[in-house]
Design a protein around this ligand. Sequence first.
Ligand SMILES: Cc1ncc(COP(=O)(O)O)c(C=O)c1O
Length: 403
Amino acid sequence: MAKEGNMEYTLSRRMGHMRPSAVRQILKVTEQPEMISFAGGLPAPECFPVAEIAQSVERVLGEAGPQALQYAVTEGFSPLREKFAAEMQSRGVAGTAENILVTSGSQQGLDLIAKVLLDPGDCVLTESPTYLAAIQAFQAYEARFVPVPMDAWGLVPEALEEAILRERPKLLYIIPNFQNPTGITLAAERRRAIYDLALRHRLVIVEDDPYGKLRYRGTEIPPIAALDHEGLVLYISTVSKTITPGLRVGWVAGHPTLLRSLAIAKQAADLHTSNLDQRIVDRYLTDFDSAAHIEAIRRLYGVRFALMDRCLTEEMPEGYHWTHPEGGMFLWVTCPEWVDAGAMLPHAIERKVVFVPGKDFFPDGSGTRYMRLNFSNATEEKIQAGVARLAEVAGQAVLQAGR
Ligand SMILES: Cc1ncc(COP(=O)(O)O)c(C=O)c1O
């Protein structure tokens, strides 16, 4: 393989729209020794059901043998589609296996939806801020982003209506539960208002819900998809946060007509989701108490959030505020107006603590005074030490700003 040639590659026009993920770049720093990371979106590894997965693998290979290693159908392994349909019913969403397409992680669901619905220049409405890799997925299809403001109760319906009338969007992308990056949950009455607006304007809603099962406080709110009898909502979820992201298994739930188009797009992408991964997930869900497992994850994340919140309260200088999510894996810090969180990051890295500056979560690159902190992945000890380091850096940033 040539290593030293100077071939110039002419990349596709779409690559001109794509930015590298800032989170992935920052994750490289987390490999440095002594570094405490609040940057990644990683689940707690001690919650991965390693022994149960090992048994599931053994049983799948013992029982299905070569069949588990063969090519498979695009729509997904039927027993697993049925389980995901039952899961949807437990979330208040009617449907059968026909309403489920198994995907290679929910990230692939985003890519397929964009591929099937978006032409270059089509408008996508998003929360502001929103999930970075969704921006990347939609950017690949040359979408035009229009961010819609949020407050403590989530996306603001009045602002959504204005944006719909002004921009004639193709779809709305929204993360209603413990949103990545803010941790904010969309209030129940807003879910209804947003659905009614979408219905009136025939707008497709992509409801991304990887964190809904990770509620450690408050009461569950049914998804927007539970209101939908018109086939407007494409709901996506995943086993990444409840079992393991190492098995790349997610799903899209929606109207069979749209799922058929997604399945055609999926054939071009990867033919089907790993047959072995799907069967392992199916076996795990059949043989083990996944509800009890999720309960343990919820409890742990609740403890970690409470600790991070307490440490921030005790240590952060005046003028810094943060959200108080009722579940999920992230909280969102608002710095004093004159502080640039991106400029703070190199100092934080020097002090061996790392976070993601908020700017990258805004499709228009605004929002310099925010940081996203992950509380699921660090141990209690590391949360305490990491927040102490972060608070020092935050204090210096205030002094440097000369106020
Ligand atoms: C909002 C959101 N959507 C989708 C994903 C992708 O998850 P996966 O592809 O592992 O299912 C993530 C992962 O962090 C996420 O935060």
